[in-house]
Design a binder for this molecule. Structure first.
Ligand SMILES: [Cu+2]
Ligand SMILES: [Zn+2]
Length: 177
């Protein structure tokens, strides 16, 4: 049972329909992403620092969430080399599901921040564009969702299947910083 939980909801705007659930465990924050629908192609996917969705293309969400010493943009957890804590790689297709473990991060550090789905693929910092090292050159912000606190009495909580035992899931683990 996680000690804290949060959720970001994408309501279908621009064809992005899904939820991202954040759970605190002793090893860190477990992030479970489930997208019913996404536009065709690969889409950069990140946790951004702010949850201010004002401004064209959610500009108020600012840059990528990062904890620890400054690093340049990179791939999802388990990716070798520099990366931001909030770099979650690419997502694609309808029915996409993935779990990411963010070591040393707790849900309470994420409340009020946001999750963003971009129009274009994330190049993991390797594309050679001006913004490869900051945003992965992943283009417009087409889906923006605030990370909100989840509260539910323990007794109404359904016995969810533990996601670590589910087979057909992509899993990414970050190393502790
Ligand atoms: Cu982003
Ligand atoms: Zn980044």
């Amino acid at each position: 049972m996680p000690s804290e939980e949060a959720v970001a909801v994408f309501s279908g705007v621009n064809g992005v329909d899904g939820t991202v659930v954040f759970e605190s465990y002793p090893e860190g924050c477990r992030v479970n992403a489930e997208f019913k629908r996404l536009p065709p192609g690969e889409h950069g996917f990140h946790i951004h620092n702010a949850g201010d969705l004002r401004g064209e293309g959610c500009q108020g969400a600012c840059d990528h969430f990062h904890k620890g010493k400054p690093q340049s943009h990179g791939g999802p957890p388990s990716h070798a080399g520099e990366r931001h804590t909030g770099d979650l790689g690419n997502i694609h297709g309808n029915g996409f599901r993935a779990t990411y473990i963010l070591a040393g991060v707790s849900v309470s550090e994420l409340y009020g921040r946001s999750v963003i789905v971009h129009a274009d693929p994330d190049d993991y910092g390797k594309g050679g564009h001006d913004d490869s090292h900051t945003t992965g050159h992943s283009g417009k912000r087409i889906g923006c969702a605030i990370i909100g606190r989840v509260l539910r009495p323990n007794k109404t909580r359904k016995n969810k299947k533990d996601s670590t035992t589910t087979n057909n899931l992509l899993r990414y683990y970050s190393t502790p910083f």
